[in-house]
Design a protein around this ligand. Structure first.
Ligand SMILES: *[C@@H]1O[C@H](CO)[C@@H](O)[C@H](O)[C@H]1NC(C)=O
Ligand SMILES: *[C@@H]1O[C@H](CO)[C@@H](O)[C@H](O)[C@H]1NC(C)=O
Ligand SMILES: *[C@@H]1O[C@H](CO)[C@@H](O)[C@H](O)[C@H]1NC(C)=O
Ligand SMILES: *[C@@H]1O[C@H](CO)[C@@H](O)[C@H](O)[C@H]1NC(C)=O
Ligand SMILES: *[C@@H]1O[C@H](CO)[C@@H](O)[C@H](O)[C@H]1NC(C)=O
Ligand SMILES: *[C@@H]1O[C@H](CO)[C@@H](O)[C@H](O)[C@H]1NC(C)=O
Length: 484
């Protein structure tokens, strides 16, 4: 995903980093800082004392309230007076999450959502939209299928939400570090971390990807972009499965319609992520053409997609990356070396690796810089707000995780079965140790609900061989299987 960092008040500049494209195809993750340390930690210490060295001191911290925060900068003219409310065509049943995470909490936590105007059901971020999205993932923020015994059911639910919100704040929060110039540290944090769900589009309220006349002050503004916002990745295989739209419109400043820059709470980006989200939507009978109309992620309200797209990314593994949810809930296998080092079970650290390949650790002071530091500080703040434990200090960062996720060896994708393509038998596919667009979920490493997709994925792979052999560098002379 994309990291967007608002430094408007400080530098009057935008800083963003883009997820490494090669990282997708080759499963390459940064392993620059492998440090071998012994991990000791008490996972049950309630760390209400953010920023304090001694984790054993538990103090009551006041997490403030939305009305005590200075108003955020607003952009545009605000939400329309009336609109079609978000609806759910599938009428999914209420999630257990709704029994504890209320509209009141959402509105206390995100008073400056939607470019400073606050939660509005006419706009992408609201409790109504959040609730509908969460119904599609009944395991999100609930006790369903959580098997770890490190935390209680109540603690697990809260930590799941805290992790999602922590990443949302870093990705699309207002991130107004100037709060720390005028407010006491805790008061500033209470408002800083209430700045989540602020931005819609990558590049901030006034996105340089868009037409300066319609710079992103309404969700519809993202319908076309300048070439810098296209974010289209086009290898032969990606183009076969998730072709970029080449459509243009008559708008000199923003002529392209196929714009896959970051959108929504944790900034889904690139055609292959939009395309995979579209595939998932189809699996729940929602047919939308996101590759041709990517801005539906921001404008569609039946169901509302802006939160749903981000929740899908949070809940879905993309081998070699487990789902962030599964790491926070402990439904993952980190391998023997990582386990021995304490990187095991329900922890937060590796989620920052997954979302933006960040493992630089937490800065000692507040607010600290962007990146992993901010994700960690936000996780601590939301855990404190919900009264849930953060877990051992060491595993809040992925800095000291001995084996990077892409170096834990297991099969990652379905590929042509090269051991038989040269034979006079039908072509088939087999799991392979390199990454690709059709995932293989190793049962040792991924939850059963994903492993259950393997049979379908294998057939999808076989069909793609016959439909487009050249993208696998196959033809009927080198690969006689194509003749069967
Ligand atoms: C980490 O420590 C273990 C045990 O002390 C050792 O076997 C291993 O080689 C070390 N790894 C690195 C990357 O230094
Ligand atoms: C919000 O916090 C302020 C202090 O910052 C306090 O005066 C006010 O009563 C609080 N409001 C609510 C609704 O708790
Ligand atoms: C868009 O252009 C690329 C590069 O020329 C091409 O590979 C792709 O198939 C085109 N997309 C569509 C939907 O036609
Ligand atoms: C990967 O899949 C191949 C079959 O394609 C199998 O022979 C091999 O044992 C698998 N490797 C692992 C580590 O499971
Ligand atoms: C719980 O896990 C089982 C086994 O993977 C799966 O079939 C089921 O759909 C899961 N439940 C929910 C609500 O996701
Ligand atoms: C092999 O491919 C060539 C060119 O694509 C085609 O003309 C030929 O008919 C194919 N042969 C068979 C046996 O399918």
């Amino acid at each position: 995903m994309l990291l967007w960092n608002n430094l408007l008040s400080v530098l009057n500049a935008l800083v963003y980093s883009v997820e490494n494209l090669e990282g997708f195809e080759n499963g390459l993750l940064d392993d620059a800082s492998i440090i071998n340390t012994t991990i000791v930690g008490d996972s049950r210490v309630h760390q209400h004392n953010q920023g304090t060295e001694d984790n054993s001191i538990v103090t009551a911290i006041d997490y403030g309230n939305a009305s005590s925060c200075p108003k955020a900068a607003k952009y545009g003219t605000g939400p329309p007076e009336s609109c079609t409310e978000p609806t759910d065509p599938n009428n999914m049943p209420p999630s257990e999450l709704e029994s504890w995470f209320t509209q009141e909490m959402f509105e206390d936590l995100f008073p400056f959502a939607n470019l400073g105007w606050g939660p509005s059901s006419c706009w992408p971020y609201s409790y109504a939209a959040f609730r509908i999205a969460s119904r599609y993932f009944p395991e999100f923020g609930t006790s369903i299928n959580v098997t770890n015994t490190v935390y209680t059911a109540d603690e697990n639910k809260k930590r799941d939400l805290a992790a999602f919100f922590a990443h949302a704040v870093q990705e699309t929060g207002e991130n107004n570090i100037a709060l720390y110039d005028t407010l006491a540290d805790q008061d500033a944090s209470n408002c800083f971390y209430r700045g989540g769900f602020y931005n819609w589009f990558e590049g901030g309220p006034t996105s340089s990807f868009l037409d300066p006349k319609t710079p992103g002050y309404t969700p519809a503004d993202g319908a076309s972009c300048a070439s810098a916002g296209q974010y289209c990745s086009a290898s032969d295989q990606i183009t076969y499965f998730y072709p970029c739209s080449n459509a243009t419109i008559d708008n000199t400043a923003a002529p392209y319609k196929g714009c896959y820059f970051g959108r929504g709470a944790i900034q889904i980006s690139y055609n292959y992520n939009y395309g995979q989200f579209q595939d998932w939507l189809r699996s729940v009978n929602i047919n939308v053409d996101l590759l041709n109309e990517p801005n539906l992620v921001m404008t569609k309200m039946d169901p509302p997609l802006a939160v749903l797209a981000s929740l899908w990314f949070y809940m879905t593994p993309q081998p070699p990356k487990p789902a962030m949810h599964d790491i926070v809930m402990g439904n993952w296998n980190s391998g023997a070396k990582n386990k021995a080092a304490g990187y095991d079970g329900p922890i937060f650290g590796p989620t920052s690796l997954i979302i933006n390949n960040e493992c630089s650790g937490e800065d000692p002071t507040n607010p600290g810089g962007p990146g992993e530091s901010r994700r960690i500080k936000a996780f601590k703040w939301f855990c404190g707000y919900f009264d849930a434990p953060t877990g051992p200090e060491q595993t809040l960062s992925c800095k000291n995780m001995p084996v990077p996720l892409d170096q834990i060896f297991y099969n990652l994708s379905y590929q042509p079965d090269w051991s038989s393509t040269w034979k006079e038998v039908p072509c088939t596919c087999a799991p392979a140790s390199y990454g690709g667009l059709i995932f293989y979920y190793d049962p040792e490493y991924y939850p059963a609900s994903f492993v259950a997709q393997n049979a379908y994925n294998r057939i999808k792979c076989i069909a793609s061989i016959y439909a487009n052999p050249s993208m696998y560098s196959m033809d009927n002379s080198t690969s006689p299987c194509l003749n069967y």
